[in-house]
Design a protein around this ligand. Sequence first.
Ligand code: PAF
Length: 287
Amino acid sequence: MNVVKTVADLRAAVTRARGEGKRIGFVPTMGNLHAGHIALVKKAGQRADFVVASIFVNPLQFGPNEDLASYPRTLTADQEKLFEAGCHLLFAPSVEEMYPHGQSMQTIVRVPGVSEGLCGGSRPGHFDGVSTVVSKLFNMVLPDLAVFGQKDFQQLAVIRTMVRDLNMPVQIIGQPTMRAEDGLALSSRNGYLNTEERAIAPALYRTLNQLADAIRNGHRNYQTLLAEGQQALQAAGLRPDYLEIRNATDLQPATANTRELIILAAVFLGKTRLIDNLLVDIIPASV
Ligand code: PAF
């Protein structure tokens, strides 16, 4: 696996691969890789001939009181994992390489609608940072396809909308969330949890499943269900940031007629913020 740190070297390597007739797959990450990231890389390898991954902790998507400084940076271990997963090229730029003219005057890509509310409500500016860095990375790599995890469901919706609205010639592939045996969604931020918190954390996914079961059993009063869900989270020791039932296609609030639902939640556990989601398809009763 080749490792490059500059846009010029990245472009040269990708141009070579494309010249050999290879289809380019791309997996953008912020590093501290776990099995969920490796599944993204393997998915890219199934769909493309040449897999590019990036590792860049993007300052533009962190709020002033968030964990930019403490976000785990584990480049050596990450390189090893990417190599084993079949990645061909790693792009690991510096902040100066990504934002050579500084961050304050950087052109921003803003995706209205799907980026608002949920994580966008709790983390102002976060999705502007994500859509800006992902569009820069897409312009640098020029991939045929890119793979993103469904754990960040709103992020995936933002990227899909950006690609559609800006006519970017990139196929976006969503990869199902990988979970620990007890159901906790894999996340780099799980490493912040102490032993006691780690034991509490699976209650998030348990609660999402309880709500999904209730919906599948015919409950349609979503406000009541959400109130019960909030209570269940709190009783387990989690502090809800939001818990919502939305239309899975546009992330608008679900109505009794919505068929493809998504239950989305963000909670605080100590100082750690965890997010998760669960898709629920309602099969209409046959007439
Ligand atoms: O999901 C992430 O790790 C980041 O938001 C991404 C897509 C790499 C952009 O910085």
